[in-house]
Design a protein around this ligand. Structure first.
Ligand code: UGY
Ligand code: MN
Length: 248
């Protein structure tokens, strides 16, 4: 309950911070026993959608819209992912990439919180379509970002043109920073998983922490410094491998 009307959430033309106190729940077609919070969407100028699916025990997913790739990351809880006759367990830290029109079902065996990214797949002549990817963040090797051991990056999807976006997890030691102020054509959708710090977006600086969601439009200047005594981590989306001259 807010008695002050104050929030850290801020909506700007080229970026947004959406703090947990601003989240509003709704539902999506096909999902059962599941509330969704749409965080980032084309309605704000993004070319992808990022949402939470808050599944009760026994809840089940609906299909992604036609032609849309779906990436899921398990924030909390447990469930099952079924594709055809194969089923696998989902635990906190599990992730899956489902290419457009992949018949699949996600069910919650316990209450489960999913982070979902969806994007219309940008097909390119001569580039093979993407394949299903299933994994767990614990099994992905972290590598120093541009040689900096205080900024470790886990790359969850293959870095090939069949995939038109990347999902990475960044971990910063306290005091660790992005090595320079990035300005790039790709856009970002983020969820802070742990810790806190200060994010520069465009000409503004924000204190950010666990549970915060961030959108950055193409060319939004960005920089981060991790604060506190424990590592900070965020998972993020980045469109990749497409010529911007012909992008949607
Ligand atoms: O991959 C990236 O662009 C990343 N270094 N950006 C970010 O964390 N803001
Ligand atoms: Mn970036």
């Amino acid at each position: 309950m807010s008695f002050t009307g104050i929030t850290r959430s801020s909506m700007q033309p080229d970026h947004a911070l959406i703090a947990p106190d601003s989240h509003v729940r709704s539902t999506l077609p096909g999902w059962t026993k599941t509330m969704t919070t749409i965080l980032i969407s084309p309605q704000m100028g993004a070319r992808f959608t990022q949402y939470f699916a808050l599944m009760e025990k026994g809840g089940a997913s609906g299909a992604a819209p036609e032609g849309v790739s779906r990436f899921i990351y398990v924030c909390e809880g447990a469930g099952t992912l079924t594709i055809g006759k194969k089923a696998g367990a989902l635990t906190a830290g599990s992730y899956a990439f489902l290419p457009p029109d992949t018949q699949h079902g996600i069910t919650a065996t316990k209450e489960m919180k999913l982070l979902v990214f969806e994007k219309p797949y940008d097909e390119v002549d001569g580039v093979p379509p993407p394949t299903v990817v299933i994994g767990h963040e614990k099994s992905v090797k972290a590598t120093p970002f541009l040689g900096d051991k205080d900024a470790l990056l886990k790359i969850l999807l293959p870095e090939i043109p069949s995939f038109d976006f990347a999902i990475n997890i960044f971990q910063f030691q306290p005091g660790g920073t992005l090595p320079f102020v990035e300005v790039h054509v790709m856009e970002h959708g983020m969820l802070f998983l742990e810790g806190h710090g200060v994010y520069r977006m465009s000409e503004k600086w924000y204190v950010v922490g666990k549970g915060d969601v961030i959108w950055m439009a193409p060319y939004c200047a960005q920089w981060f410094v991790a604060a506190g005594k424990t590592p900070s981590r965020y998972i993020y989306y980045k469109d990749m491998h497409r010529d911007p001259t012909v992008m949607l």
